[in-house]
Design a binder for this molecule. Structure first.
Ligand SMILES: Nc1ncnc2c1ncn2[C@@H]1O[C@H](COP(=O)(O)OP(=O)(O)O)[C@@H](O)[C@H]1O
Ligand SMILES: O=P(O)(O)OC[C@H](O)CO
Length: 487
């Protein structure tokens, strides 16, 4: 194995990337492509499944070339945007419909009706999730009811999340999903580790159209798409992969990823802890049939708020500019931005809520709006911290990553508002690193994830420094702004 590298595909919401890692965690190369987003109606978000595949393949090919050929690669790891569903033909391998993206809210009414009919407790008990359009099940039900090509495909229909689609294409027909991704569909019994017949029935999904659930590390499959065979050895949803890449390997360890949305996961070990505070219980990984679990808080709008200020409002030239703007003013001038642009996720779960900019006054400038957008991330994370603590998961520190974590003002503000130390790795691509760690274990380069954690490099630390009164006043302003949105 000596000298062999690990190839990773990170198929995210806004871009797909391939990366090459040395065994010591050094990143040897990156190739990325933007992914087109389509918004056919208000609240709908679709992508082209064929593009997810062809862009992933093109990026991976560039990295195989960088490695000096497929024979120099020990294994392939995959991390992916979760919950997004793809429908394809088992026979031809062609997509039958657009991919319905995790952010899509078209099934809000269906979920509300199921909730009114009293199904949420059963869904939560089995899946650890809630009745919300975010999860795959209602999206699959919608496609079966509204897209004749999907409904009419019968036994030829394959349904899967993004990793399942990529593995099918890479292997020429293997239909599997890893446990961490399957756990996000709302069709899996996360304690039993299999599809749940009752839930499949509730959402009208035929189990034969679903992939086989497999481990996150091991000999998952083999691809011949790169000249010589490469084993597929590691697979996980991107947020679970980031938790692994941040070495959140023992109970209590917590990470927050600030990308398009913000996703906070606390490791709860072998215990699938049920939340009484509207957090999610999810599978962190499954290796050798043994599952580790996490509590998760999912916030739908994080970096996408900055992108919206830049692209839709023209308020910013670049996302990075928010840092200098936030530093240029002494406070938020009373402005609070509640980023409920696609409803509110954890801990509120209000798909119909819409955003607000509260406290507008003539003293407010572009810099204050930018600062309010960054502060909103700290407040949302603070609300999650309160919910996690109430579920018995206290944060001792927070490990942050994602595109927005590059913002050092935000990293300090998070530490100030949470009152805990914030840790940010120098190598910020923790999602890809986590997939590489899984593939390292799956290919036998490492015996365990703990051993693979040596791949994580150095970190920067941010310690809380804000006066208690300032913190309390800001939290109070935020609370009032959120209440106005919820009511
Ligand atoms: N320095 C920055 N300050 C604030 N936001 C940023 C900064 N850099 C990037 N972002 C935001 O982070 C997001 C990109 O993060 P990334 O992790 O690549 O997203 P994803 O994986 O969800 O596609 C964008 O929405 C962008 O607006
Ligand atoms: O693509 P990201 O990094 O925004 O992650 C999306 C999540 O997996 C959605 O649950």
């Amino acid at each position: 194995m000596g000298g062999k590298t690990i190839l990773v595909i990170d198929a995210g919401t806004t871009s797909v990337r391939a990366m090459l890692f040395a065994r010591d965690g050094t990143c040897l190369g990156v190739e990325a492509r933007e992914l087109a987003q389509s918004y056919p109606r208000p609240g709908w978000v679709e992508q082209d499944a064929a593009e997810i595949w062809t862009s992933s393949l093109a990026c991976a090919r560039a990295m195989v070339e960088r490695a000096g050929g497929a024979e120099r690669i020990a294994g392939l790891g995959i991390a992916n945007q979760r919950e997004t569903v793809i429908f394809w033909s088992k026979r031809t391998g062609a997509p039958l419909a657009p991919a319905i993206v995790w952010q899509d809210r078209r099934t809000a009414e269906m979920c509300a009706q199921l909730e009114e009919a009293g199904y949420e407790a059963a869904v939560q008990a089995k899946t650890g999730l809630l009745l919300d359009p975010y999860f795959s099940a209602s999206k699959i039900a919608w496609a079966l009811a509204n897209w004749p090509d999907v409904a009419g495909a019968g036994d030829d229909l394959a349904v899967g999340t993004v990793e399942s689609w990529l593995i099918f294409k890479l292997t020429g027909g293997l239909h599997v999903s890893d446990a961490s991704n399957a756990a996000r569909t709302a069709l899996m019994d996360i304690n039993a580790g299999r599809w749940d017949a009752g839930l499949c029935d509730l959402f009208g999904v035929a189990p034969r159209t679903l992939p086989e659930i497999v481990d996150c590390a091991g000999r998952i499959g083999e691809t011949e798409a790169f000249g010589a065979p490469i084993p597929i050895c590691g697979v996980a949803g991107d947020q679970q992969a980031a938790a692994i890449g941040q070495s959140c390997l023992s109970p209590g360890a917590t990470k927050a990823t600030y990308g398009t949305g913000a996703f906070v996961l606390t490791n709860t070990g072998a215990e699938a802890r049920a939340s009484t505070n509207r957090l999610l219980t999810t599978i962190a990984w499954q290796i050798g049939g043994t599952r580790a679990y996490a509590l998760e808080g999912s916030v739908f709008v994080a970096g996408s708020l900055v992108k919206w200020l830049r692209d839709a409002l023209g308020l910013l030239a670049t996302a990075e500019e928010t840092e200098a703007l936030a530093r240029s003013v002494p406070d938020n001038a009373g402005l609070y931005l509640v980023p409920a642009l696609v409803g509110l996720g954890a801990p509120w779960w209000r798909p119909e809520a819409r955003g607000a900019l509260a406290g507008l006054n003539f003293g407010a400038t572009r810099a204050h709006v930018a600062r309010a957008a960054l502060e909103a991330q700290s407040y949302q994370t603070h609300d999650l911290m309160t919910a996690f603590a109430a579920d018995g998961a206290e944060w001792r520190e927070l490990r942050i990553d994602g595109g927005m974590a590059a913002n050092a003002w935000l990293a300090q503000d998070l530490s100030d508002m949470l009152g805990v130390e914030v840790e940010r790795p120098h190598f910020i691509e923790t999602t890809a690193l986590g997939a590489a760690m899984l593939a390292g274990v799956g290919s036998g380069l490492f015996a365990t994830l703990d051993e693979a954690a040596a791949m994580r490099g150095r970190v920067d630390r941010f310690a809380p420094a804000m006066a208690g009164e300032t913190r309390a006043a800001r939290l109070d302003g935020w609370r009032r702004a959120v209440e106005s949105v919820l009511n």
